[in-house]
Write a protein that binds this ligand. Structure first.
Ligand SMILES: Nc1ncnc2c1ncn2[C@@H]1O[C@H](COP(=O)(O)OP(=O)(O)OP(=O)(O)O)[C@@H](O)[C@H]1O
Ligand SMILES: [Mg+2]
Length: 227
């Protein structure tokens, strides 16, 4: 069974058709890059997967459930099953690294000794143990993104969604983040990445979904970045 299936998904904002009849299947453990010009609809697909937006038509099945039918009360539980990271990191500026990651567990009422153990472990995984008490404004862009990744991984999701995670990073940090995503993928997590970075996509040699004007125009198993 695929872990994610989009079935004939369309999205309109008023008269503007942003996604048109998208059907895609993502399997467990895949690494998929979604590419395409600005405005092609990449982030809109991400927003549908995170239930930030609902499709105008079509179904989105995640782990056997149509997420377009989730009740608002079911959303927090659903969102714990997917990790999401963004270009602008979305860290809480008043909280330090530890608190930024722990927060995701505190809102779920985990016992505090359990929270500490898990946060320490996930910060080790992303290589940030030495930054545990620093605040976001004291970190480099790459370090900030690693905090965001730690937070995204705190619930051990089977799916990690990354919307242009290296868009604000220099080439060195970009490659460090990509190595980390690659490592996470190798441990069995489905990674869905949107990016404009041709070097990244070409080096990955993984599946590439190309979008144009709200449609999928190619889907290559071991693709390169051709627009
Ligand atoms: N809330 C909205 N209302 C109206 N139009 C919208 C809305 N959100 C997105 N769009 C339009 O949908 C289209 C696709 O946007 P989307 O953000 O998915 O593109 P993208 O492929 O992620 O682009 P980029 O590479 O610049 O991030 C754009 O033309 C955008 O203007
Ligand atoms: Mg986008």
């Amino acid at each position: 069974m695929p872990i994610i299936e989009l079935q004939n998904v369309s999205k309109e904002y008023g008269k503007i058709k942003v996604l048109q009849d998208i059907s895609l299947i993502f399997d467990k453990g895949e690494f998929v890059s979604v590419v395409g010009h600005s405005g092609a609809g990449k982030s809109t697909i991400i927003k549908l997967l995170t239930c930030e937006e609902k499709p105008s038509t079509g179904r989105i099945i995640v782990a056997g459930r149509d997420i377009t039918q989730l009740k608002p009360s079911e959303l927090p539980y659903y969102r714990r099953k997917i990790g999401v990271i963004y270009q602008d990191f979305k860290l809480l500026p008043q909280k330090d690294v530890y608190e930024n990651v722990a927060y995701a567990l505190e809102v779920c009422d985990y016992p505090s000794h359990d929270i500490k153990k898990r946060v320490v472990k996930v910060l080790e995984l992303v290589g940030l143990s030495h930054r545990i008490n620093n605040y976001p404004n004291e970190l480099s862009g790459g370090e900030r993104q690693r905090v965001a990744i730690a937070r995204a991984l705190i619930h051990n999701p089977k799916i990690l969604i990354a919307d242009e995670p290296t868009g604000n990073l220099d080439p060195v940090n970009t490659w460090e983040i990509m190595e980390l995503l690659y490592r996470i993928n190798r441990s069995g997590t489905l990674v869905i990445l949107t990016t404009h970075n041709k070097t990244v996509v070409d080096r990955l040699k993984k599946r590439v979904v190309l979008m144009k004007g709200g449609r999928v125009v190619s889907d290559e198993k071991s693709g390169t970045y051709v627009i």
